[in-house]
Structures are given as structure tokens and as C-alpha cells.
Ligand binder design. Sequence first.
Ligand code: 6PG
Length: 472
Amino acid sequence: MSKAHFGLIGLGVMGENLVLNAERNGFSSVVYNRTYSKTQAFLEGRGAGKSITGASDLKDFVSKLERPRRILMMVKAGSATDAVIDQISKYLEKGDLLIDGGNSEFRDTERRVAQLESKSFGYIGMGVSGGAKGAFEGPSMMPGGTKASYDAIESLVSKMAAQVEDGPCVAYIGPGGSGHFVKTVHNGIEYGIEQILSEAYDVMKRIGGLNGNQIADVMSHWNRTEELSSYLVEITEVCLRARDPEDDSDLVEKIMDKAGQKGTGLWTVISALELGASVPTIYASLNARVMSSLKVQRVKAESIIKAPALSSFDLGCAQDGMAPLMDAVVLATIASYAQGMELLRSASDEYKYNLNLPSIAQIWKGGCIIRSQLLKRIQNAYEADPHLQNLLIDSWFAEQVNSRLHNLANIVSGAAQRGIPLPCLSSSLDYINSYRSGRLPQNLVQAMRDCFGSHTYERIDQEGSFHTEWLE
Ligand code: 6PG
């Protein structure tokens, strides 16, 4: 019996869809799952009649694969991934290649690449984005590790990936854990945009008095604009139109307002703090989830602390896509991408990843959760100027900021006067205003630090380091 081209470990939702994708693209496959009953159920169900066989143990699994073996692990990040590596290593031979397609912490991947490559096995840490549908139809993939290991999987992943006008949504990212780092930042941006759209919904509901279908109409309008056309706006419309089968009301209104997280947003913020990169929009989205989990406390506080009810403000009308609110959402979305891209640049410098920012924008254009038309502009901006210091100052993006900033300010201040929290929109406003302020008040922070701790300061009119005896 001829050996299979490709092996998959872990028949969860993503694993099942990825192996069906590989098989559809001409790669015969063998699958293994910790519980064999799941393997059998898959082979009798979605896997039936296809070039996919199963294995009941890892030895059998490895023996059914052609060499060098290409094995994709879709298992839980953390100790489960280490356990699989440990169990399978004894059956692998020189040149065989393991790919971790889970959402692993990039430092775990750094360690595993070093460990596996030292045994002459290839190891790729590959971010995979697109959810179940993307995994089946074509995800965006972010593989990191040695270039030689990537070359060994390129024919496979470039067929499996989403395809856009300038090629497949996969490219070699860089060494070590860089693939998982880029996927982590992707998820940070994803958190930001999810929160921004949720805030826009809140404003339209609480200030504009719109119902789910009316807000969905605005989302549909936004999804037809270059600035906001994206997968997340598209699914927001779908969520808002969904009815509760119980009473045909808006289903979203029945959903508990507590958002969970699996870690990638937190890792983005931790990395940003470690690297000294500024990501307030992404941080605000993470904090909004933390705050949302304090449901009982929030309900109690609502009756104790009253909202101000100062003024009314112009949201625009739904037929025009709530133009002022749209301006605010466009700028906050741009701020999320700008922060994510700058975080990638910092990491690239610090970890020597040599990341290619236009290429990353390109592979995010299709298949992944943050795919959007804006990514074409982002790709163009970094192609035009590889040393661009921040997306906000690229000419096209600067024009967006200059023409829309007043409305972001109006929405944030109007909502504040009604006591409506807009963490991502207001952080984005502060981010943009800080970035465009030639002078910030940190001169006073420096004075205080020098006053109590003799930390010294620089002057704007003289070179050198200065200290003043402030308290004398
Ligand atoms: C993707 C998603 C995917 C997953 C996130 C959700 O790109 O396909 O990012 O990886 O949905 O892990 O993260 P939270 O559960 O932390 O929101």
C-alpha cells in the first residue's frame, strides 16, 4: 500500500477541516486522534470515500507516512503539545517534520524549534487563522522555523491556503517562534476590531435607539466601503440579524455580556509591554473583556454610580451608514492595525525575526479573521516605504486620520457625557492624539522623577543629562 503524503494529529474541528482541505488538494492523508473512536467516527463520516486512512497508535501512524514525513499537530497549546512531541519523537527519523498548527505561545515554539532541530527533525510553528470554514476552504497560514523546514512544506501549504489576487495566503515568516508571534499579534488586532464593532453597536443601540436589524443594515453599508469591508464586519451583521427561536427577538440581546479569552490577546499585550511597543487599542479590548467578566460587580455599581446625562450628539443617520460613527470605527480599526504592525516591527528588531511586513499584510488579506480591504492599503504602504515608522503617517492613512478625527472625538466625548464606555474608541483617539502631538506633558513626569529620585532629565535646548536640586 502506498504511503500517505501528509499526517494529521488531533481531530478537533480545525484538524478535521484541515485534513479534508489537504486531501481535496491532492495530498493523501493519515489521521491520528488520542481517542480512536473519534478517528473511526471521522473515517465513517466526513472522511469516508476519501484518500484518508486512520491509525490507532502513533507507531502505526508514522509508519503509514512517506518520508520525509510531514505531520501537522492540531492539539491544545501548552503541555498537550509537548506530550505529543514527546510521544511521537521516538518514531521519527532524520528529516521528518512536525508542524504545530495550534495557537502556541511563541516562546514555547522557540524552545521546541531548538529542541527538535537539534535532533535533526524539522519543526514549524505555524499560526493558522480562519476558523473552521477557513480551515476547510483555505486559511491564512503563518509558518515559522528554519527556511529548510518551510521549503519542505511549501508545496502543501501553498495549495491549502486561501488564494488572493497576488498569491496564496501563506509565506515563510522567519525563524524560531516568529510564525506563532505573528499569529498572536493577528489575534491582538482581532480582539481590537471585535471590541470596536461591539462599541459601535452599543452606541447605535443606546444612543441611536436602533434594533438589531437596523444596526445590521449599517454594518452592511460599512461592509460595502473600502475602509471597513472585512470579514469581521460581515459576521457582525450576521450576528445582529440572528433571531432567538424562543420569541423571534434579537438573539444577541439574550447573550450574557461576558467575553472569555484563550490567551493570545493577553500574550500580545505582554509582548508589547516587554518590547516597549504602544498598543492601547488592543490593550483596551483585552481590558474590556476583563471588565466584562465582572458582571455581578457591574450590575451592583450601576445602581450606585449614576451616568451623567449631559448632551445629545450627532450620530448621523442609518441610511448614510451613520457617517460620524463610521469615521470613528474606521480610525479605531486603523489604530488596531497600526499598533499590531508596529509591534511586529519591534519584535522583528528585538528577536531578529527579519519580518517582511508587506508579506504579512499580504497573507492576512485572505482566509484569516482580520482579512479586510484595508490590508491592501497596509501592504501598499509598507511596500512603498519599508522603513515607514507608523501606518498613521503613510499618505493615504494620514488623509483618513485628518478627515475623520473630529468625528472620532465627537463620538467619544458625546458618549462620555452620557456615561457610555467606549474603551477602544477612546484609547484609539488618545493613541492618535498622542502620536500626532509634537509636545506631550512627559517633561513634567521627568521633572518629578528627578525631584524625588535624582533620575536626571534631558533638555530641549542643550545636549546632555541634567539634574536640579528641586527641593532646596
Ligand atoms: C483565528 C482565531 C482563532 C480563535 C482565537 C479566539 O484566527 O482563526 O483567532 O485562532 O478563534 O483563538 O481567541 P479568543 O478565544 O482568545 O477570543
